[in-house]
Write a protein that binds this ligand. Structure first.
Ligand code: DX5
Ligand code: ZN
Length: 208
């Protein structure tokens, strides 16, 4: 079954735990947490100290859009991350970072930006629990879905990848359906869920 991961980038940070409780009540499966450093992406959010204060029963799906992610893995593990996803483009030693995440006993993900060929991940497929396909340029919510993400999902399933395939950026009812058909198992949605009048209906509409 498809899992729905609301991205808190579109939440009200002044009442973050209330907003997270509201999407949990709406039926979300994971909380997607966007960490940005102002270098890897042209925007800043927050670090592990904020993640530590998140109170929820839902698994925390941490998406690190930062340079040198290896420096911060242990901080996010201690903060309660269940999944840590790093960017292929930010890791000269991807194998080392993947190893660090796995040794910490949590789920390991790698993400690719829209311009990165998915074939780059071929040597790592067996080691990954999750692959996060960016369907917008990382950095901001509320952008339009880039359809080439669908070919990347299909390629991964054709290669026999059985882990989670997550899609992030511009996901709504329409694009979410295309991602599900292509083989995605997690849909990340920020503005579509947090901007909805009825968040439960929005979550349900993504399940199809
Ligand atoms: C963008 C983030 C996304 C973002 C998605 O860099 O990784 O998680 O919040 O926002 P929407 O769903 O509004 O495109
Ligand atoms: Zn994200």
């Amino acid at each position: 079954m498809i899992k729905i991961a609301p991205s808190i980038l579109s939440a009200d940070f002044g009442r973050l735990n209330e907003d997270i409780a509201s999407v949990a009540a709406a039926g979300a499966d994971l909380v997607h947490i966007d960490v940005m450093d102002g270098h890897f992406v042209p925007n800043l959010t927050f670090g592990a100290t904020v993640v530590k204060d998140i109170k929820t029963e839902l698994p925390l799906d941490v998406h690190l859009m930062i340079e040198n992610p290896e420096k911060y893995i242990s901080d996010f593990v201690e903060a309660g991350a269940d999944f840590i996803t790093v960017h292929f483009e930010a890791c000269p030693d991807l194998r080392g970072v993947v190893e660090d995440i796995k040794v910490a006993g949590i789920e390991c993900g790698v993400s690719v930006k829209p311009g990165t060929a998915i074939e780059e991940l071929e040597p790592y497929l067996e080691d990954l629990d999750l692959i996060l396909i960016m369907s917008v340029e990382p950095g901001f919510g509320g952008q339009s879905f880039i359809p080439s993400a669908l070919d990347k999902i299909k390629w991964l399933r054709d290669e026999g990848f059985e882990g989670e395939i997550s899609v992030d950026g511009g996901v709504n009812q329409e694009t979410g359906a295309l991602c599900r058909e292509a083989g995605a198992s997690i849909l990340v949605a920020g503005s579509y869920i947090f901007g909805a009048e009825d968040r439960e209906e929005a979550v349900e509409s993504l399940r199809g």
